[in-house]
Design a protein around this ligand. Structure first.
Ligand code: CA
Length: 284
């Protein structure tokens, strides 16, 4: 899809409605893409939008600049569910995703990438918010193992995917360790998702790629080349979860790079041999 987004990001798949949700962070836009009709609708939410997830009770929940907001497609109404970091005007929410229990996890970062200025939070199904990890610089990809016993998390400048033992009942994280190292120099790990075999699919910013990695060994299994330098995130969609939707960005690219990348900022789709893990909806 040649959307030419400035900073396309944060995709999720709504299996009930067969829709791809994604965001253009810096243009404040929620995108709703219907792969059947190829129609891509946008809504301007009036502030930075880092991620969007489906909601079990209908509509979506978004991580906007400082808060989690519900959006109702019938009324076009936005409702604040909970806010964080109102004392940090230079921060905003970035990437996020729901766990299998319906909690919406999302992290923050400073506009100027100030080291350690961000944190990772989750919005629980009762709409309380908990801070889980502090001292994060660019909070990015989050995903879980198929049995929900491990959570994977990326703070981009570390060039690492971290593993945590995860308790789905309590949301408790423990035993942090490095699952894989991704990227070098200006190329860093951005958004990610996982598949039924427990492997990770990591988008590489400045890397023209999504990399499939084994978090057990850290080994690179496959590189999917993407015709956009700033590959930002990915999610499995389609009826069988065998279509990998990949978002990308145009922001900050030099004119000569853009001239060679007519599709930068687009959403790309790749048929995969393996089935992806489903997008979990917000349970509150
Ligand atoms: Ca990102």
């Amino acid at each position: 899809m040649g959307a030419k987004a400035e900073l396309g990001e944060g995709p999720s798949w709504d299996a009930r409605r067969k829709l791809l949700y994604w965001v253009d962070i810096t243009r404040f836009k929620l995108h709703v893409y219907n792969p059947l009709t190829k129609q891509d609708m946008t809504f301007n939410v009036g502030q930075y939008i880092g991620a969007v997830v489906p909601r079990r009770s209908g509509g979506v929940v978004m991580a906007l600049q400082h808060g989690f907001y519900a959006f109702d497609f019938e009324t076009w109404q936005m409702t604040l569910l909970g806010a964080v970091e109102l004392d940090k005007p230079n921060n905003r929410f970035n990437d996020g995703k729901c766990d299998a229990a319906g909690r919406f996890w999302a992290g923050t970062m400073a506009h100027d990438y100030a080291p350690g200025a961000g944190s990772l939070y989750y919005l629980d199904t009762d709409c309380t918010i908990k801070k889980v990890i502090a001292n994060v610089t660019i909070s990015n990809g989050i995903t879980w193992s198929p049995d929900n016993s491990v959570m994977y998390y990326i703070d981009s400048p570390t060039l690492k995917v971290m593993s945590y033992d995860f308790n789905l009942a309590t949301a408790e994280l423990s035993n942090p360790r490095v699952a894989a190292e991704v990227g070098q120099g200006e190329a860093f790990p951005d958004g990610m998702t996982s598949d039924e075999e427990g492997m990770l699919w990591v988008a590489v910013w400045n890397g023209y790629a999504v990399k499939r990695l084994d978090p057990g060994t850290g080994r690179l299994l496959e590189t999917v080349n993407v015709p956009a330098k700033r590959t930002t995130s990915c999610v499995f969609g389609g009826d069988r979860l065998t279509e990998l939707y990949i978002t990308s960005a145009r922001i900050g690219l030099e004119e000569d790079v853009l001239a060679n990348e007519p599709n930068a900022g687009g959403v790309f789709v790749l048929k995969t041999g393996v089935r992806g893990m489903p997008t979990y909806a917000f349970g509150g």
